[in-house]
Design a protein around this ligand. Structure first.
Ligand SMILES: Nc1ncnc2c1ncn2[C@@H]1O[C@H](COP(=O)(O)OP(=O)(O)OP(=O)(O)O)[C@@H](O)[C@H]1O
Length: 661
C-alpha cells in the first residue's frame, strides 16, 4: 500500500465546485489493481545543467555612458530534468519565470542573443544542433494558421508536406484520426478564422496546432501553454507542457475524467494528466517530481497546502519573487532560494540526477527516435505550398478584390487628371505624356508593395514555424507566394493599362499598347518583390514599407531622367542609374509613346515650344541612343525579376540565422 492524494471538491453555495482540499488516502489493491508488469519506457529525455544568460545594456541608447555598460542576466540557471515516455511534465511558474525559455532550450530554438550552456539527451544520446528539429515537435504559444483554410484543409496540407509515401487516401485517414483524437471532427469544415472574421474557437485553434504536430508522430512534444487537448496525448510519448495560469482550468480537465480513489466525491491529483510537475521561479527549477511528492515536499519544507485551496496556486505563489517592494523582494527571494536548496538536497532531486547519469552513461535505449521523415521532394513541396496559398487567397474576397482593383483605381485618378491627350505642344502634348509615364513607373511599385505588406507577413510567420518543424525551407514559401501572385499581377496591370491607355488616348498602335503593358508589369511586380526581399531580413513590415518607398523615390530621381536629365547628373549618379529599373522602364515608355509622333503648334505665343516638332526630338534630347537600346532595355528591365527572386531566396536563407523560433 502506498499513500496517495486526492482532492475533494468544495461546493460553493451556488452549487459550483471551485475549491479543492487534499485528502491523504491509502491506495489499496482493490481500489487500484496493480498494473501488469511495468513496461520499460521506450524513450527518455534528459536536460543537463541548462543555463541561459543574456547581456543587457544598463541604460538607454541616448545615454552613452550607461549604454556602453552591460550587465548579465541569468534567464535559466543549471536546470536538470528527466522525463520518460508515457509521462506528461507540466512546468508551472509565474510570468517571466523562464518556462518558455526552457522549452526553447530543449527544442534547440533559443535566440542567439544570449549564451546557452548545458546539454539535451534523448535516449542517453546528446542531441546535435541539426537533430533538434527532426526530434522534437514544438507547439508555440501563438497559433500561426492560415485564416481562410478549414481545419481539415489545414491538416491535410500539413500532412502532404510531411508525408511522401502516403497515398491521398492514407493521408485522409490519418487526418481524420488526428481530428477525432483531438475532438476536432465537428469543426472539420469550419474555417480557422482571423482577427476580422470569426472562425473556430481559441481552444480549437490550439488543438489544430497540436494536431499539425501529431501528424508527424513525434516521440517528444513540447507545448507552450496548451489550453486543451492534453488528455488525448497518447502514452508512448514524452510531453512537456508549460502552464502559465495553473488555475482551476487545469482541474476542470481532470474533473471530466475523475479517478475515484475513495468513496467521497473526489478528483485525483491527476496522474493521467501530469505525471511530473516542475515549478520554476527566476530561471531556477524550484521543484520537479511527481505530484504526490510535491505535496510531501512542500509539507516537509513547512508549507502545508491549506484546505480548499488550489495547490498549484499556493506552490507557485510560495516560490515566486514579489518585486513590488524591496523588503518583500528580499524575503520572497530568500524563501524561493531556501525551497530550491531544500529540493536540491532532497532524495527526489538525487534520484533524478541518478536517472540522468544512468541514462547518459549507459544508453540502453534505441537510437534517437526521429519524427516521420518522409518529406516529398522540393518540387512537390512547392506544389503543395502554392495550392495552399492559392486556396487561402481564393477565399479572401477582399484580398482578391484589392489585388485586382487597386491599379485600376489608381488609373482612374490619372485619367481624371489627363482626360484627353493633345498633340499640340502648347497644350501639354509632351508634358502630359511624360507626366503619365512618370506616374505609371513611379506609382505602380507602391501597389505591389502594399499587397506584400498586407498579405505576406502572416505567411512568413507560418514559414518561420513550419521550417523549424522541418516541413520545408523558408525560401520555398517565398517562391510559392511569388508564383501565386503572378497571375493576379498580370491581370491587374492589364486591366489598369487597358483602361488608362485607351481612355487618355495614348499612341493608338496595339503593338505599342502591348509594349506599354509589358513595361508597367515590371515596376509593379518589382515593388512587390523588393518588399519580399526586405521582409526576409527586416521583421517590422512598417520599416519595410518605408524602406521600399524611399528606394523607389531614390530610383525615380536617379533613373527616370525626369527630374534631372541623366547627362547632367554627376558621374556617380549616372552609374547608379544603371542599377534602377526606373531607368530602363522610363526609356522604354518614352520610346514607345514618342517614337514617330508628330506634334502641332497652334499657339504662336510660345515660339520656343514650337521648336519641338516631333517625338523623336524628345527621345534624342532626353534619352540619346534610347531607340537603339530598345531591346536591350527590355532585357535589362526584365532581368530585375529573376535577380530579385534570387535576392529573395538569399534573404530568406539569411532569415534562417536571424529567426530561431
Ligand atoms: N533573449 C532575451 N533577452 C532578454 N531577456 C529575455 C530573453 N529571453 C527571455 N528573456 C526574459 O527572461 C524571462 C523569462 O522569459 P520566458 O518567456 O521564458 O518566461 P515565461 O515563464 O514563459 O513567462 P510567461 O508565462 O509570461 O510567458 C523574461 O523576463 C524575459 O523577458
Amino acid at each position: 500500500m502506498r499513500d496517495s492524494y486526492s482532492m475533494q471538491t468544495g461546493c460553493l453555495k451556488n452549487g459550483k465546485s471551485e475549491s479543492f482540499k487534499f485528502v491523504s488516502e491509502k491506495r489499496t489493491s482493490k481500489q487500484n489493481p496493480p498494473l501488469p508488469a511495468q513496461r520499460q519506457p521506450s524513450c527518455s529525455l534528459s536536460v543537463k545543467k541548462a543555463s541561459y544568460t543574456v547581456s543587457e545594456h544598463v541604460g538607454p541608447w541616448w545615454n552613452l555612458s550607461s549604454y556602453r555598460k552591460k550587465w548579465t542576466r541569468q534567464i535559466l540557471n543549471e536546470v536538470m530534468l528527466h522525463v520518460d515516455s508515457g509521462q506528461i511534465l507540466g512546468i508551472l511558474g509565474n510570468s517571466g519565470s523562464g518556462k518558455t525559455t526552457l522549452l526553447d532550450a530543449i527544442a534547440g530554438r533559443i535566440g542567439k542573443s544570449g549564451t546557452l550552456t548545458g546539454e539535451v539527451f534523448v535516449n542517453g544520446r546528446k542531441i546535435k544542433q541539426d537533430q533538434f528539429q527532426e526530434c522534437f515537435s514544438y507547439v508555440l504559444q501563438s497559433d500561426n494558421l492560415l485564416s481562410y483554410l478549414t481545419v481539415e484543409e489545414t491538416l491535410t496540407f500539413t500532412a502532404q508536406l510531411a508525408l511522401r509515401w502516403h497515398s491521398a487516401q492514407a493521408i485522409r485517414k490519418k487526418v481524420d484520426a488526428v481530428m477525432a483524437e483531438l475532438s476536432l471532427s465537428h469543426v472539420a469544415h469550419s474555417v480557422i478564422g482571423g482577427r476580422i472574421f470569426p472562425g473556430i474557437s481559441g481552444g480549437e485553434r490550439r488543438r489544430v496546432s497540436i494536431a499539425s504536430q501529431l501528424l508527424q508522430d513525434p516521440k517528444v512534444i513540447l507545448l507552450d501553454e496548451p489550453t486543451t487537448g492534453l488528455d488525448s496525448m497518447t502514452r508512448d510519448r514524452i510531453v512537456i507542457v508549460t502552464i502559465h495560469q495553473p488555475r482551476s482550468e487545469l482541474f476542470r480537465v481532470t474533473r471530466q475524467q475523475p479517478r475515484l480513489i475513495s468513496r467521497s466525491v473526489s478528483v485525483s491529483f491527476c496522474p493521467q494528466i501530469f505525471s511530473r510537475i516542475a515549478i520554476m521561479s527566476c530561471g531556477e527549477l524550484v521543484f520537479c517530481g511527481q505530484p504526490e511528492e510535491m505535496v510531501d515536499f512542500f509539507s516537509i519544507c513547512g508549507y502545508e497546502c491549506p484546505e480548499y485551496c488550489n495547490p498549484f496556486d499556493i506552490y507557485v505563489d510560495l516560490t515566486s519573487v514579489d518585486t513590488r517592494c524591496s523588503e518583500r523582494e528580499a524575503a520572497t527571494y530568500r524563501r524561493m532560494h531556501d525551497i530550491t536548496s531544500a529540493y536540491q538536497s532532497s532524495a527526489i532531486y538525487q534520484s533524478m540526477v541518478d536517472r540522468i547519469e544512468k541514462s547518459c552513461q549507459h544508453p540502453d535505449k534505441p537510437v534517437i527516435p526521429f519524427k516521420s521523415k518522409e518529406s516529398p521532394n522540393c518540387i512537390s513541396k512547392l506544389g503543395v505550398l502554392v495550392r495552399r496559398t492559392v486556396r487561402n487567397l481564393s477565399r479572401d474576397r477582399m484580398g482578391v478584390l484589392m489585388r485586382l482593383s487597386q491599379n485600376l483605381i489608381y488609373g482612374l485618378f490619372i485619367a481624371f487628371f489627363v482626360i484627353n491627350l493633345d498633340n499640340d505642344v502648347t497644350k501639354g502634348a509632351v508634358q502630359d505624356r511624360i507626366g503619365i509615364i512618370y506616374q505609371c513607373v513611379g506609382a505602380s511599385p507602391y501597389t505591389g508593395m502594399l499587397n506584400a505588406v498586407a498579405l505576406f507577413p502572416a505567411l512568413r510567420a507560418i514559414a518561420d514555424q513550419e521550417s523549424k518543424d522541418g516541413l520545408y525551407q523558408k525560401w520555398q514559401i517565398l517562391l510559392a507566394y511569388i508564383i501565386h501572385i503572378l497571375p493576379f499581377s498580370i491581370v491587374s496591370v492589364f486591366v489598369f493599362t487597358s483602361f488608362l491607355y485607351w481612355t487618355v488616348g495614348m499612341n493608338p498602335d496595339p503593338w505599342r499598347f502591348m509594349c506599354f503593358t509589358a513595361v508597367i508589369m515590371v515596376p509593379h511586380i518589382t515593388g512587390e518583390l523588393l518588399t519580399l526581399v526586405l521582409l526576409g531580413v527586416i521583421q517590422d513590415p512598417n520599416m519595410v514599407n518605408s524602406g521600399v518607398a524611399l528606394l523607389n523615390i531614390a530610383g525615380i530621381m536617379v533613373g527616370s531622367g525626369f527630374l534631372r536629365g541623366t547627362q547632367q547628373m554627376p558621374l556617380v549618379f549616372q552609374w547608379l542609374s544603371y542599377l534602377t529599373f526606373q531607368k530602363y522602364g522610363c526609356e522604354l515608355l518614352i520610346v514607345t509613346e514618342f517614337y514617330g509622333l508628330n506634334f502641332t503648334c497652334m499657339n504662336a505665343g510660345f515660339p520656343e515650344a514650337c521648336l519641338i516638332k516631333d517625338g523623336n526630338l524628345v527621345i534624342e534630347q532626353g534619352y540619346p541612343g534610347a531607340l537603339s537600346r530598345y531591346t536591350q532595355d527590355f532585357l535589362l528591365l526584365y532581368a530585375f525579376l529573376p535577380a530579385l527572386i534570387l535576392l529573395g531566396v538569399i534573404s530568406f536563407k539569411i532569415r534562417d540565422y536571424l529567426v530561431r523560433r
